[in-house]
Design a protein around this ligand. Structure first.
Ligand code: AKG
Length: 282
């Protein structure tokens, strides 16, 4: 693959952007990242993503040695160097290899990289016809167990396992319940439901309150549509008429099935997907 990656303040060829095998993050998951999309040369909610990256690192007990402005510059620099205007942007920060090996990482340098690449429809054909979701056996843990508002690589472990299980069953992705049994989210996207013209979405109290989730809620409220952020029981799935997923990568993707339940890819789903698309490009 060609192109360059921004790494610790320098642009390095894609193939040379490597780390040492004793990198703390590889052994103990001390890494945080962001997922951003640029549309027409401009990253949607760029500053919010950079601020969240720094906050996520703080939640994992490390400090990124760059200011938000410097992170903004790094993203712009790597996009320009790769000649990209419409792309996915992936900043990553982690604890590198230190003088000693072990769980504690105070002495390990904090490192950072930003990669960009083209990423089309996250769920492929499901963007049009609706995703098919498996129900994961893994539950999103309590915020007393993990820092759920950090976009931390380690928290994706159960997401990867859930998505593998879903793929093995021919599904697009998986929906996870939380530790209490409430509906939580998909493996890399938040979830919304429609019933009687109103929207219901799980309260983000044990999973990441996505920037796309927040944007979609605002866009719906601008349309005078009622949005209920609340705990959703498994038994309610049967009564919902439409369903969609939101995420930077996923954008707004309709859901056609969750386990044995079917949903219509209906008017409101199409409408919010289109409104979101216009909004991010505006
Ligand atoms: C996003 O960029 O929307 C994510 O949350 C990351 C999901 C992924 O990497 O698949």
């Amino acid at each position: 693959r060609d192109g360059v990656i921004w790494m610790d303040g320098k642009l390095v060829p894609w193939r040379d952007a490597n780390v040492h095998i004793l990198t703390h993050a590889l052994h103990y998951a001390s890494a945080v990242f962001e997922g951003e999309r640029a549309y027409g040369g401009k990253i949607f909610k760029s500053r919010e993503h950079s601020e969240r990256l720094k906050r996520s690192a703080n939640m994992l007990d490390f400090e990124i040695p760059y200011t938000v402005d410097q992170i903004e510059d790094a993203k712009a620099e790597v996009m320009k160097a790769n000649g990209m205007t419409d792309c996915y942007v992936r900043p990553l920060a982690w604890r590198g290899s230190g003088p000693d090996m072990g769980v504690a990482s105070e002495q390990n340098p904090v490192r950072m990289a930003v990669a960009v690449w083209e990423w089309g429809a996250y769920y492929g054909a499901a963007k049009m016809k609706g995703a098919k979701l498996d129900i994961s056996k893994w539950k999103r843990p309590s915020p007393e167990t993990v820092p759920s508002q950090a976009k931390a690589s380690g928290l994706y472990m159960i997401c990867t396992m859930s998505k593998h299980a879903a793929h093995a069953k021919g599904c697009t992705d998986a929906m996870m319940f939380d530790y209490r049994g409430y509906v939580a989210e998909a493996t890399g996207a938040n979830i919304f439901f429609v019933k009687d013209g109103e929207v219901h979405t799980p309260k983000a109290d044990c999973f990441l309150n996505g920037l796309t989730r927040q944007t979609v809620i605002e866009l719906l409220r601008d349309k005078q549509i009622k949005v209920h952020e609340r705990h959703i029981e498994a038994s309610e799935l049967e009564g919902f008429e439409q369903c969609w997923l939101t995420g930077t990568a996923a954008e707004v993707t309709p859901v056609a099935e969750i386990g044995d339940y079917n949903f219509e890819v209906g008017a409101l789903t199409h409408d919010i997907a289109e409104t979101y698309e216009k909004h991010v490009r505006a």
